[in-house]
Write a protein that binds this ligand. Structure first.
Ligand code: TMP
Ligand code: ASP
Length: 235
């Protein structure tokens, strides 16, 4: 049973439950971009991301990746193992786009010879700055061994996700992951994986992700519905 609100984020509310060590994530009908500067209520978005994220976590589990996902409990809610979130946004890029293209002055859509992993310090007040391994150590966020694990695990997850999306006709351009520490100190995948946290391009290069909202290209629900339908169809 859902109990007190533990944390309210931009895309999800996190509640305690009757069960020790289990939290309930309620996905919101809210879209934000540019650290909340652009914000809109979009009815149905919470459902879409909860359902998509649940299917992806299930698939990762089948492929032997440990995640915080326990089960989907309603259209907008899922149960997750409680973890202590490591304040890093771990981004993996297969293809140039977004802030990478801006930062390095390269056009979008260039396939990288090998995927690039980046870290951002998850801190809204500082606007999630781009940081490297040495900054991670300085800030005491994670040990060198943990950083090595985060990179390796992110690359492993990339292989699984790339194949999954390719099976439904989508090109995985980049994505963002968050990890958490369990009580016993192991690090597992947490947060969500959805078109909010990844870039997915259709065969013709059409944006099938939150760039539709960030760039004002249309109604994100239309493309999220397609992503969900294709994932469901795949079974
Ligand atoms: P970026 O190109 O803006 O750095 O984004 C890289 C990937 O990370 C992209 O798939 C979107 C995702 N992302 C988030 O999930 N949350 C964020 O706050 C940002 C900035 C990006
Ligand atoms: N997470 C960002 C925000 O805080 C949105 C984005 O994905 O660009 O608004």
């Amino acid at each position: 049973m859902k109990k007190e609100l533990l944390y309210s984020g931009k895309a999800k509310d996190i509640f305690a439950t009757d069960e020790e060590g289990v939290i309930l994530a309620q996905y919101k009908d809210q879209a934000t971009a540019f650290n909340g500067v652009k914000k809109e209520q979009i009815s149905g978005k919470g459902r879409l991301n909860n359902l998509i994220s649940s299917l992806i976590f299930e698939h990762l589990k089948d492929k032997g990746i440990r995640t915080h996902f326990i089960k989907q409990v309603s259209e907008t809610e899922q149960l997750n193992e409680q973890v202590s979130i490591i304040p890093l946004e771990v981004v993996l890029r297969n293809v140039t786009a977004g802030s990478f293209s801006k930062r390095f002055g390269v056009e979008e859509g260039i396939e990288l010879e090998s995927p690039i992993v980046e870290f951002y310090y998850k801190n809204d007040e500082l606007d999630d700055p781009f940081i490297n391994d040495e900054h991670v150590a300085f800030l005491g966020i994670a040990s060198a061994e943990e950083v090595a694990f985060l990179k390796e695990e992110t690359r492993r997850i990339n292989e699984v996700l790339k194949e999954l999306f390719s099976e439904i006709g989508l090109r995985l351009i980049d994505f963002k992951l968050e990890f958490g520490r369990t009580k016993d100190g192991s690090i597992i995948l947490a947060d969500e994986i959805s078109p909010d946290t990844s870039r997915l391009w259709d065969k013709d290069g059409q944006h099938m992700d939150k760039d539709v909202f960030r760039r004002g290209l249309g109604d994100l629900r239309d493309v999220y519905e397609v992503v969900l339908a294709r994932l469901k169809e795949r079974g």
